[in-house]
Structure formats: structure tokens, C-alpha cells
Ligand binder design. Sequence first.
Ligand code: AMP
Ligand code: MG
Length: 354
Amino acid sequence: MDTEIIKIADSGDLSEADDAKLRAAGEIVRQGGLVAFPTETVYGLGGDALNKESSHKIYAAKGRPSDNPLIVHICEFEDIYPIVREVPEDAKRIAQAFWPGPLTMILPKSDKVPSETTGGLDTVAVRMPAHPVAQRLIAYSGGYVAAPSANTSGKPSPTVAKYVVEDMHGKIDVIIDGGEVGIGLESTIIDLTVSPPMVLRPGYITREKLAEVLGQVESDVTILREDSGQAPKAPGMKYRHYAPKGELTIVQGEARKVMEYINDCSAEDREAGQRVGVIATAEMKEHYCADVVKSVGSRKDEESIARHLYTILREFDDEGVTRIYSEGFVAEGFGQAIMNRLLKAAGHSVVELK
Ligand code: AMP
Ligand code: MG
């Protein structure tokens, strides 16, 4: 398949020419095609959420297991009504507080949503993204766009179009290049079909922020632990995810000890012929000795760490890194989302230094 790559202004200030391109891309979605596009979280791979053939195509392009449901993206709050059986007060309140934005709600689905889109579940995940390109594309696509992250299943989600091209070229109709995304980690998912509501996947909108609006909010115990003996409540969270090609270990502890431990391992691994990469904070970067040392951002700036994490994992792949060590982060607030993704990328390989 020929894949057309369309460049759109990074600023989000859409010109008339950009608008025409998005209109044409929306028409492709309406006709059952697939279009990758930027959102404020990561790049999405969009198809018509109400067309089961489009959902099949999304699973095929990503190599995604078909029991892993897709998030339905809308651009107007009112559009939620036809696709769910009821809109609880809690949904209205968090939509008021956080939509458009990086928050996905799980609600009971209506018959309008094919079970192919929801991986066979009778609930549906709904999000209203804030990115102007995403909003306009959804409107031109008929209002309901199923869009998982635009990566091959298992790989880190793309935060720049280059990595969408790497994974999806030849498999989908259009890739819209809107520059680097803002947040860099996927949306928070909250399940509103249970009481109290439960965060299934942590993200930029933290459990604490949701609790300010909803009162009590719980978190799925599997978010940071794999030994809980339970399956994650979001089906997709059970799969190995966000994984670079190199084997990744997280090293937790006091900064100097972490640095010494990683440098020792690095020396040994390089001796054994490995190409070693380190994910460092800006504060510690200069102190590491490895083949490739990358700063993920300042420890004081979690937003920068989130924005750079997936790109760094992809860059290590590009640079042939076979063994990766990462500093650990405090799993509180937005840091919980960072550690959740990092733990999955590492297959929960963690060294705790006392
Ligand atoms: P992605 O599209 O790559 O951001 O992944 C979407 C995530 O949402 C996956 O972890 C899915 O399992 C989860 N998800 C989508 N729909 C539902 C649903 N109805 N119930 C629970 N989790 C869902
Ligand atoms: Mg994904």
C-alpha cells in the first residue's frame, strides 16, 4: 500500500491548506481507511470506530491482539451519548474538568459500537483529545475515531512522526506529521463502571487530580506490581509494552550508588561485547561511562522526562544498543505514569540498592 505523508504546521495554528489536507484525510477514514495523527499524548492510528472493518485493519497494521480494545476519540462532548448506554454524573464532572485532554473514560457501550472496536467487551473507552489536528481530523472523519498508539504492538509509542513512518509505512493510507507531541505518555484511563472509580492506566491526569473532582478514586494494583497475582483490568496492560530491543534494567537508590552500580555493570557488559546505553537524569548524565548516555530530562521536571522517555528507547534501538540501564523515578503523581511505562519496558527488571 502507498502511504502518503502529510506535513502540518507544528504550532497547531492550522492554515487553510492544512485544513484541506485534514478534510481529505477525514474522508479517507470515512471510507474505511487508516490515518495516523498527532495527539497531545502520543501519535494515534485512526480508523472509523463504528466500522468493524476499520477496527480489523487497525489490529492488523499494529500486529495487536484483537482482545485489546481500542479507545474511541470524539471532538464534542455531546457525541458521547450515542455510543454509551448511560452518561453518569461522574463522567460529566471529569469531562468538565479535564476534557479536551489526556483522559479516557470507560463506560457501558451502546449497540452502535461494534464489539470488534472494544475487543469483545461490553464497555467502551472514550477520550476527547486537546490537540487541534486531532480534533479537526475527528470532526472530518464523522466524529468517532478509534485510535490506539501508532506503533507496532509491543514497541514504544511514537512521540514524533519519524517513528510512525518506521512502523506503519506501507501498512496505512496516511501519516500526518504534526511535529513532536506535548506529553509523551498515553492518556490516563479511568473505569467509571465500578464504584469507586478506578484508574486502570496512570497518565498526566493523576489519581489525585481525579479524586479532587470525584472524591474516592482507586488505582488498579497491577499498575506498579507484577506479583499481585491479578490480571490488569485494562486488557492491554497485560501485554509486554513499550519495549526497546535492548534488555532494560531499572536501578533504584541513592544517586551516587546508582551511578557506581551502573558504571560497574556497564564496564562488565562492554567487556562481554554488549553495546550499553544509560537513561540518565540531566543532573547525573556526565558521571556515567557507557557506549551511549542520554539525558531524559531533569529530575525536577517530570514533564520533560515523560516527553523524552519513548524517544530515547527508540533511539537506543536505532543506535544498536543491546543492554540498557535506567535510573529510577519516584512513583508518585505523574511519576507513577513514568514508572509504570518504564517498568513495562523493563519487563519489571529492577535492582534496588540499599
Ligand atoms: P492504546 O490504544 O495503545 O493507548 O491502548 C488502549 C488501552 O486502553 C489498552 O490498555 C486497552 O486495554 C485499554 N482499554 C480500551 N478499552 C477498554 C475497555 N473497554 N475496558 C478496559 N480497558 C480498555
Ligand atoms: Mg499503545
